[in-house]
Design a protein around this ligand. Structure first.
Ligand code: HEC
Length: 399
């Protein structure tokens, strides 16, 4: 599936090029191994991050204003769309104090990309990846204005990718269909899915994997306002390219609510967490620093396509959803223990629920599909049938 996730064999070893000379080693001590994640619904994710950043920046401005007006240090909770990023304080001089911020960089920009949550925009990622993986250098990062040459890599080709080329690549990613749900036909499996959804909330998975966030203005706009130098920024263009995430692009799309907003059911808080500890070390394997994030922190993985985007974890080295859950430690320790304490059938219900969250075929009119039986060359076990019913037909919208 174009834009979907990739298998383990397509893993990337980031950081090899940061060494001089570049290394070929895949030792986790010196490189960061990454599975390739699916990009479906990424326009919505980026716009959520931008709205959250705007909220956090407004709080930052307010705390400075209140502290200077009051003549004393002021402290405010940093909350965006209900997600807490700690506290921000300001001295009466307007000097900011950021020692209590959580899961975000000091510039209070919510960075939704890279599994670390350290890349600002699809555009920043794309510009980097075109150079890094494809050997093509975008003008906005390698052009005359920054490097003094139109052929920075001396390959005889000038201005390899224009700003327009990058915009086209980004807008395609941003417009990819949003994931949906595939509900099994068997009544027993069906009730397991809905029971599993309740249990997912009950044991606290939803404290990080937030089931729904409201996007106030579901219009994607390119380029974004928080891009750093080397990536085209909103202020450098007269008119941004805009499209409505609820009206344009392949189906299924975000659904517009009567007040003009849209609900994004991505199961993430777009915040970085440490989900490893001494007992559960799987997610603590790294030494290489990426961006300004601690090596043991990762952004809460969006789960809206988890049912058909195995394998799991930032290294794509976990084969099953259950393994991914059982390796949660650190900040997720309580909810993992909650999961372990459920009965076997309750645990299976949580997994059945997660399996129902899938990237549904592009062009589907509805986000909820019913699994349709397919003819198989062998008799599948009862409990595998729903997962194997790969053909689907639309049955409605997510409530
Ligand atoms: C403290 C925040 C937090 C809590 C609570 C939490 N998770 Fe996670 N979860 C994460 C982070 C962060 C990742 C990404 C790990 C990585 O990148 O390797 C993740 C990854 C996952 C994955 C792997 C998804 C993929 O595509 O690779 C699954 C499945 C998952 N979580 C399910 C759960 C379930 C079920 C619960 C409740 C028992 C839960 N999580 C509780 C933060 C959390």
């Amino acid at each position: 599936m174009i834009g979907g996730g990739a298998e383990f064999v397509a893993n990337v070893f980031a950081g090899t090029t940061q060494r001089e000379p570049a290394v070929l080693s895949i030792d986790p001590g010196i490189v960061a191994e990454r599975g390739s994640t699916e990009m479906n619904g990424s326009g919505a994710i980026e716009m959520l991050a931008r709205e959250m950043t705007a909220e956090l920046h407004a709080i930052r401005a307010r705390v400075i204003q209140e502290a200077t007006a009051a003549g004393s240090t002021q402290r405010l909770p940093l909350k965006a769309k209900g997600i807490s990023f700690g506290f921000v304080s300001s001295k009466p001089t307007g000097e900011l104090q950021l020692h209590e911020i959580e899961g975000i960089d000091r510039d209070l920009v919510v960075r939704p990309w890279l599994q670390k949550g350290t890349v600002t925009s699809l555009r920043t990622f794309t510009v980097t990846a075109m150079n890094h993986h494809h050997g093509m250098q975008p003008v906005e990062r390698f052009g005359m204005h920054l490097t003094g040459t139109r052929d920075f890599d001396h390959d005889g080709v000038t201005d390899e990718l224009t700003e327009g080329d990058i915009t086209a690549l980004v807008v395609w990613q941003a417009s990819l269909n949003v994931p949906g749900r595939v509900i099994p036909r068997e009544p027993q499996q069906r009730s397991a899915v809905s029971h599993g959804e309740q249990l997912f909330n009950q044991v606290g998975c939803s404290s990080c994997h937030v089931p729904r966030l409201v996007l106030q203005r579901p219009v994607y706009s390119e380029p974004g306002p928080y891009n750093l130098e080397g990536t085209l920024n909103r202020r450098e263009v007269t008119v941004p390219f805009e499209f409505d995430l609820t009206k344009d692009g392949p189906l299924p799309r975000l659904e517009r609510q009567s007040d003009g907003s849209a609900i994004v059911r991505a199961f993430t808080d777009l915040k970085r967490h440490k989900i490893c500890d001494r007992e559960k070390q799987h997610f603590c394997n790294e030494n290489l620093v990426q961006g300004f994030a601690r090596t043991d922190q990762f952004i809460t993985r969006r789960l809206w396509g988890v049912g058909n985007t195995d394998p799991y974890g930032h290294r794509a080295d976990l084969t099953t959803i259950r393994e991914a859950i059982l390796n949660h430690g650190g900040e997720a320790r309580g909810s993992r223990i909650g999961f372990e304490e459920l009965s076997t059938s309750e645990q299976e219900s949580v997994v059945a629920f997660l399996k129902s969250l899938q990237i549904v075929p592009e062009g589907s009119a509805q986000t909820v599909q019913e699994a349709v039986e397919v003819t198989l060359p062998y008799q599948p076990r009862e409990r595998d049938r729903a997962a194997l019913g790969v053909e689907t037909k639309p049955i409605g919208r997510i409530q």
